[in-house]
Design a protein around this ligand. Structure first.
Ligand SMILES: NC(=O)c1ccc[n+]([C@@H]2O[C@H](COP(=O)([O-])OP(=O)(O)OC[C@H]3O[C@@H](n4cnc5c(N)ncnc54)[C@H](OP(=O)(O)O)[C@@H]3O)[C@@H](O)[C@H]2O)c1
Length: 240
C-alpha cells in the first residue's frame, strides 16, 4: 500500500544524527521531502547526501534552535525551499547532567534555552503555516526524564517536564485546526547523547532501544487516519 506520507514535507530539528537522523531516514523512505537542522554543517551535509539517495528532496539549515532570530530566518528559508511544510519534529535537544549545586548557571540556562525555548521558537514559526492549511502534524520529543526527576537531571528534567506541559496545551489549542500534536517520552535510546551520558554503550542493539525504533513509532502515528491522533507515547525497552 502506498504510504499516505508520500510527497509530504517535513522539518526535523536535530536531524543530523541520533533519533532525528533515523526519523529523517524513515521519512525519506516513505517519500517525504525533508529539511534537517543542527549546528554542525559538516554532519548535516553528510546526512543530506545519504537522504538524497532515496530520491526525495533533502535540505539542511545550520542554526541554534535557542536563538529566536536565527530560528525565524532559517525556518522561513526552509519552508520557501521545501515549498510548504506538513510535519514538524521538534527533536533537537541537549542532555547535560550534573548535581544541582555543581552545574554552572550558564549550563542550566542553556539546557532550558535549547530544549524548551528552542521548541517554542521553532513551533511558533511553523504553526501559522499549518493553521493556514488546516492540517499538520507536530511531534514533540520529551523524555522519561520529563515524567520523573532524578539526581543530576534538574535542568534536563525541568526542560522535559515543561515540554510536556507546552505540548499538551498546544494539542488542545490546535486540535480544532486538524493539527495533531504528539508528545513522546522515550526511555534510553542508543545515540551520542545516551553514550556520552554513560547510560548506553555503542553496539547495544540487543538490549537497548535503537533510533530506528523511535522513528518507526513516529511513522506509525503519522499513518493513522486523520480522525485519530497519537496523543502521547512512552517508548520502553523490553529489557528491564
Ligand atoms: N537518546 C536517548 O536516550 C533519549 C531519550 C529520551 C529523549 N531523548 C531526546 O531525543 C532528542 C534527540 O536525542 P539524541 O539522543 O538523538 O541526541 P544526539 O545524538 O545528541 O543528537 C542531538 C541532535 O540535536 C541537535 N542539536 C543539539 N543542540 C542543538 C541546538 N542548540 N540547535 C540546533 N540543533 C541542536 C544536534 O545537532 P548539532 O550537534 O549539530 O547541533 C543533533 O542533531 C533530544 O531532545 C533528547 O533529549 C533522547
Amino acid at each position: 500500500m502506498m504510504s499516505s506520507l508520500k510527497n509530504k514535507k517535513a522539518i526535523i530539528t536535530g536531524g543530523s544524527r541520533g533519533l532525528g537522523k533515523a526519523t529523517a531516514f524513515a521519512f525519506a523512505k516513505a517519500g517525504v521531502d525533508v529539511a534537517i537542522t543542527g549546528r554542525k554543517e559538516s554532519v548535516l551535509k553528510a546526512t543530506v547526501s545519504e537522504l538524497e539517495t532515496f530520491g526525495v528532496k533533502a535540505i539542511y539549515a545550520v542554526f541554534d534552535v535557542g536563538n529566536y532570530e536565527e530560528v525565524k530566518s532559517n525556518i522561513k528559508t526552509i519552508i520557501d525551499s521545501l515549498g510548504g511544510v506538513d510535519i514538524l519534529v521538534n527533536n533537537a535537544g541537549i542532555g547535560s547532567f550534573g548535581s544541582f549545586m555543581d552545574m554552572p548557571v550558564e549550563q542550566w540556562t542553556q539546557i532550558i534555552q535549547t530544549n524548551l525555548m528552542g521548541m517554542y521558537y521553532v513551533t511558533k514559526e511553523v504553526l501559522p503555516h499549518l493553521i493556514a492549511k488546516n492540517e499538520g502534524d507536530i511531534i514533540n520529543v520529551s523524555s522519561t526524564a520529563g515524567l520523573t526527576g532524578n539526581a543530576t537531571t534538574s535542568a534536563y528534567s525541568a526542560s522535559k517536564f515543561a515540554v510536556i506541559g507546552m505540548s499538551e496545551a498546544l494539542m488542545k489549542e490546535v486540535r480544532k485546526n486538524n493539527i495533531r500534536v504528539v508528545t513522546l517520552t522515550p526511555s534510553t535510546i542508543e545515540s551520542d547523547m545516551s553514550i556520552e551520558a554513560g547510560i548506553a554503550t555503542k553496539g547495544s542493539e540487543d538490549s537497548v532501544l535503537q533510533p530506528d525504533d523511535f522513528a518507526e513509532l513516529i511513522v506509525a502515528g503519522l499513518n493513522l487516519p486523520r480522525r485519530a491522533m497519537l496523543k502521547s507515547a512512552a517508548l520502553w525497552s523490553t529489557n528491564p
